[in-house]
Design a protein around this ligand. Structure first.
Ligand code: ADP
Length: 502
């Protein structure tokens, strides 16, 4: 059986930040180290070459042509064991030309160490006139002699035969009064230069991990500090329970991310608070609405049971119980519809619907009710209008609006329904000459259970949910519903829906 590896939990943000900071610092330090090292190496090599050239110049200054013979004079005090060729040199003839190393303007890193300096002087035929004993150990390429004899100085790194020591060699032409006399070669061991570079490399290898360790600790500490306000925010948020949603977190004055977060958080608590209180009100209103018909049914049945009556009496009670039960059923249906809306489970059909024909159907079906209430129910403009939607729900919208218009209009009044179209929309208007709605009420009538005229609403069996459902259906069809009303002069409800073009 294969064993499952234990799951490693992901790193916290603080640790992640620390790792990222350290990684970025490591890359930067490495780049800086490389740039520093290569620049240092190049400048060291350049000044090394420069020093060699100066040395060669000085050695050349000590060489004179004596009747076709080159005489080497040790003016740099670095040419040991001058051989027979230079025996004719009279040390007294130095004429103060002797240059001491102390007064040399050679760069300081050029070591005045006879052992590590290699010198060779050749005449125009390529014959060695003078060389330091150590020069014979060098594997010198032929170019180092032939090129200077063609007026091309030569620079190169050569190795010591039988060892891995490297020597930097500079070879240049010896010219006196414009005449080529021979070649001067001067070399210097690269050992010290390499040792310096190794020191630098070693220092970098020690320094970089040290700086990285410090930067890791500092970034961990800084990340911790940066999260202090967030921790505070989280603690306050945890303390705010469902019961004290009126509380808010403290918004810091600094205009930063924490401030944004606090503001967003407060907005969210505000929305939650509103949603909670709406929910509480809804439940309270719903129970109140449900309790009323149940109480009516109970009291009527109790009275009927306690006082024996005749068939007519029982029939009356049963009819009233039936109408209360119908009201109760309607209320439960409305509540269920709204509960589905809240849960996001309410589903609508999407089919082409002739909206004008729906309006005609509704008007025809409510005509008897209008006549009973002595209200004139009429249609005005009815333009053919097709929309994509749910026919049953759209009938419910028109029905609610016309039904309300008939309820809130007194006998002798009129209700006019019209459907008009424009390029992209369909407009339904239900206009009545009824009691109208006060400004303060018209802002709330689309809320659940809101009644501007409770007595009339209850008398007609209304629950205060009709317009809330209208609002939801219209919104679900990407439309809007609005009202214009003057108390005592009537109301006009307008529904605008997107039109489906053929
Ligand atoms: P209800 O069942 O009470 O009619 P609605 O949601 O349909 O519930 O309507 C909410 C409130 O809006 C009503 O109680 C009523 O006060 C007001 N209202 C609705 N339609 C009209 C209208 N045509 N004229 C005057 N008031 C109206």
């Amino acid at each position: 059986m294969r064993k499952r590896l234990p799951k490693i939990p992901p790193l916290g943000i603080r640790m992640q930040l620390t790792c990222w900071y350290t990684l970025v610092s490591a890359v930067l330090l490495l780049l800086i180290g490389i740039v520093f090292y290569t620049t240092f190496q190049q400048s060291l090599a350049a000044s090394f070459d420069m020093a060699l050239q100066q040395r060669a110049q000085q050695v050349a200054e000590g060489i004179t042509n004596h009747e076709g013979k080159l005489i080497v004079d040790d003016i740099v005090d670095e040419l040991p064991e001058l051989d027979a060729t230079s025996a004719i040199i009279d040390s007294a003839s130095n004429d103060g030309r002797h240059t001491t190393p102390e007064h040399s303007d050679t760069p300081s890193h050029f070591p005045h160490d006879r052992e590590s300096v290699f010198v060779r002087v050749l005449d125009i035929n390529g014959h060695v006139v003078y060389n330091t004993p150590n020069f014979t150990n060098l594997s010198v390429p032929a170019d180092s002699v032939t090129l200077p004899l063609q007026y091309h100085p030569w620079h190169g790194t050569v190795s010591m035969s039988g060892g891995d020591e490297l020597v930097r060699l500079y070879s240049t032409m010896l010219i006196e009064k414009g005449t080529l006399m021979g070649v001067v070669q001067i070399g210097q061991s690269l050992e010290r230069l390499h040792a310096s570079l190794e020191h630098i490399m070693f220092a970098l290898f020690l320094l970089i991990p040290f700086i990285l360790t410090i930067s890791a600790f500092v970034s961990y500490w800084l990340a911790g500090r940066a999260f202090v306000p967030i921790h505070y925010l989280a603690r306050t948020a945890r303390e705010i329970g469902a019961k004290d949603l009126h509380q808010r977190v403290v918004v810091p004055p600094a205009n930063d991310e924490v401030r944004d977060l606090s503001l967003i958080f407060n907005e969210m608590i505000g929305r939650l608070e509103r949603a909670f209180s709406q929910q509480r009100r809804f439940v309270a209103d719903a129970s109140h609405e449900l309790r009323t018909p149940v109480a009516v049914i109970r009291s009527m049945t109790e009275v009927a049971l306690s006082q024996p009556s005749n068939t007519e009496g029982y029939e009356t009670v049963l009819r009233e119980v039936n109408s209360e039960a119908e009201r109760l059923g309607q209320l439960i249906n409305d509540l269920l519809a709204l509960a589905r809306v809240d849960e996001g489970q309410a589903q609508l059909d999407s089919e082409p619907v002739r909206f004008d024909l729906l309006a005609i159907d509704v008007v025809e079906s409510l005509e008897p009710l209008a006549q009973e209430r002595q209200i004139e129910l009429k249609t005005q403009t009815l333009q053919p209008a097709t929309i994509i939607g749910d026919a049953a729900r759209l009938i419910q919208v028109i029905m609610s609006l016309v039904d309300n218009a008939l309820i809130y209009t007194n006998a002798g009044g009129s209700v006019t329904v019209s459907v008009e179209t424009c390029a992209s929309h369909v407009h339904l208007s239900v206009k009545d000459t009824g009691i109208g709605i006060a400004q303060k009420d018209s802002e709330h009538i689309f809320e659940r259970f809101y009644r501007a005229d409770p007595a009339r609403s209850k008398a007609s069996g209304g629950s205060g949910l009709g317009l809330a459902i209208v609002d939801w259906v219209v919104r679900a069809h990407r439309g809007i519903v609005s009202v214009e009303s003057q108390p005592g002069q009537g109301s006009t409800f307008m529904v605008t829906l997107p039109r489906s073009l053929p």
